[in-house]
Design a binder for this molecule. Structure first.
Ligand code: NI
Length: 397
């Protein structure tokens, strides 16, 4: 094969570069895995990322959104700005894998594979730096802190990650253990849910358990409220619109013979579209008012909206899945949305975006995310590098 035909068909070039980078990327992944850090505390991880970007000759800035890192690869021709985002934080889970590179930080673990993500984006950086003359546009490498519910993406956006140069479109990705390594997945439209939370305090009047008529029992009111909240999804939300209302905590009372003064009900609401999201909040607020009026308690509700639904945009999705198929063959399949949440949604709310699912299931294993024994297949790193690099090349062609 002549060098000219190699240059015209990027498949071999990307595969070769990803293969060359793989041992280094796996070493970086294992190093990050052994040293997990919680959200906004990713100082060591950010330093590892910055050192690798320096080694690759990629301009970058640290301290974006506290511990985030942003790198920039200028293409050979002008064009749009594509952000590619990886998250870097670990979880408060005590690792039980027994791996030689298991966590050395007590009680902390990369149980969501964000170590895999960080290494993968460094691999994409290495490949695209080599192929920069072929890019029409700019790649912004976004290494994000604090994805696990702590607001890392919001912090990076507040620190200007979408500006200078202004981001036009974005690619995200997540490892997925229920997809075998080598496979990839996508969902059209909403792929992950809005994640909102409520704290409801019901206050009654405490007193002797033997004289309930002299009290107002907040636990009885709370039981009624929790039961009524089951009707939000079953009787108010249209059946073809997915929604979850889960009460995860019910706290109240002290002992057998006292009617409590108050109780606390905490839960989460997951929805895939704005209409259902508004409807569920309004219904829960109305049920609180109803139980307050009907059962003489005071109901105080704190309802906090978290990340919006993550919506994939066909303008990024279609070229990206075509690129994955061109690079790796018929390995990408359509999947179903999940009611989990993810703050890449905040970036996807601002610019057309797509989150690629990268199969990380190791043969013979049955892994789950956020599990103390999670062992993603490391071959997902160079494969993810190939898929995302080709997608970037396609989007900036
Ligand atoms: Ni995750």
């Amino acid at each position: 094969m002549s060098t000219t035909s190699l240059a015209n068909d990027p498949t071999t070039a990307i595969a070769t570069l990803a293969e060359q980078a793989a041992p280094g990327l796996i070493a970086i992944r294992r190093d990050i895995h052994a040293h997990p850090e919680l959200g906004f505390e990713e100082h060591r991880t950010a330093a590892t990322v910055a050192a690798e970007l320096t080694r690759l000759g990629i301009a970058h800035r640290t301290g974006i959104g506290k511990t985030g890192v942003v790198g920039l690869i200028e293409g050979g021709r002008p064009g749009p700005v594509l952000a590619i985002r990886a998250d870097m934080d670990a979880l408060p889970i005590a690792e039980e894998t027994g791996l030689p590179f298991a966590s050395t930080a007590p009680g902390l673990m990369h149980a969501c594979g964000h170590d895999i993500h960080t290494a993968t984006l460094l691999g994409v950086a290495a490949v695209l730096k080599e192929m920069a003359p072929r890019l029409a546009g700019t790649v912004k490498l976004v290494f994000q802190p604090a994805e696990e519910g702590l607001g890392g993406m919001a912090a990076m956006i507040a620190d200007g990650v979408m500006d200078a140069p202004r981001v036009d479109m974005a690619l995200g990705f997540h490892n997925q253990p229920d997809l075998p390594v080598g496979r990839f997945g996508y969902v059209r439209g909403a792929t992950l849910a809005a994640s909102d939370r409520f704290d409801i305090t019901l206050t009654g009047k405490s007193g002797h358990a033997a004289a309930p008529h002299t009290t107002i029992d907040p636990i009885m009111a709370g039981v009624a409220l929790v039961a009524q909240m089951q009707t939000v999804v079953s009787r108010e939300v249209p059946p073809l619109r997915p929604a979850v209302v889960t009460v995860g905590a019910f706290k109240g009372g002290t002992t057998h013979n006292i009617i409590a003064e108050s109780c606390l009900i905490q839960g989460t609401v997951r929805t895939l579209d704005p209409m259902t999201r508004d409807l569920a909040e309004a219904a829960i607020r109305r049920l609180c008012e109803g139980v307050a009026a009907g059962m003489r308690v005071r109901a105080d509700i704190k309802y906090r909206r978290g990340t919006p639904p993550l919506r994939n945009d066909d303008r990024v999705l279609d070229p990206a899945i075509a690129a994955v198929a061109a690079q790796l063959g018929a390995v990408i399949e359509e999947g179903r949305p999940s009611m989990g949440g993810e703050d890449f949604a905040l970036m996807a709310d601002l610019v057309p975006s797509f989150q690629l699912r990268v199969g990380s299931g190791a043969p013979g294993r049955d892994d789950r995310l956020h599990n103390a024994r999670y062992q993603p297949d490391e071959a997902s790193i160079p494969l993810g590098v190939q898929a995302l690099s080709r997608a970037a090349l396609e989007l900036l062609s």
